[in-house]
Design a protein. Sequence first.
Lengths: 231, 59
Amino acid sequence: MTTLVLVSHPHLADSTSQQFLKASLPANEDIIWEHIESQPTLDVAKEQDQLRHADRIILQFPLYWYAAPAGLKQWEDTVLTRTFVYGDHRYPLADKELGIVVTTGMPGKAFQRGGAEQITLDAALAPLAAVAERAKMTWLPIFAIHQFAYLEEPEKLQLVVDYQRYLTQEQPDSLGDRQTWFAERLPEMIKQLPPEQQATGRLIEAEFAQQKDDIDALADTLSLIKEQEDD
Amino acid sequence: MTEHAQWLQLQIDKLAEQQGKFTDRAFWLALAELVREQERRSDQLRGEVDGRTWRPDRW
């Protein structure tokens, strides 16, 4: 899967959350990362090519006044031309996934009716969802990072992998898809371990696979029982 | 949690601790969390199989 990550931030170097996310990008994956505001001029043909080539497109930005920064809007207005998105009834972005990684200074609970912000992120970012709809893209559930500065180390460790999975894991985010994501990456992770740790790594991999098989077998048994109950 | 599951958790946690790179440690710790989820799901599925098999009305 090719994932295109388009980051919009007016002062990227000063943003600890954006620097953290950049350092968390999964290695050995087909990921194109671009900072919109760093482009001297937007090369429309190149931007559109990148979009055509990607399977999943991620728009990543801090929330400014319940919207993306101006740089992203400028990118949309320049790159997403009518002819490109739906002109001539060709839809080059159809069936691609559009994901949003948004950072906020307020806690998650603020983004609901009755909360401090009185608006959900789904509602605030509805214009982006409308673009996805118009382009016949699949909208992924928003990946929100609230109050990054307050996260403790265990939460940051969790964020690394949650973010990587949002960029590269099959959706929906089910136990089955999570298991597949880890199973696919385990051999490479084991190979990177120092020699004295590799045996433990392989043992963990085998146990993990066994647990997965057990769950599959139990699920099969259960559907058989349910079928018989229906008879 | 069974003794075996506890042992597996310990192995993964130990491996995670030994990783110098933050993103590598994150991977192994997230795997440990997923293994806990597998354990819960297995228990729940086993419970449901038992519950549905226990049908006195069909004795």
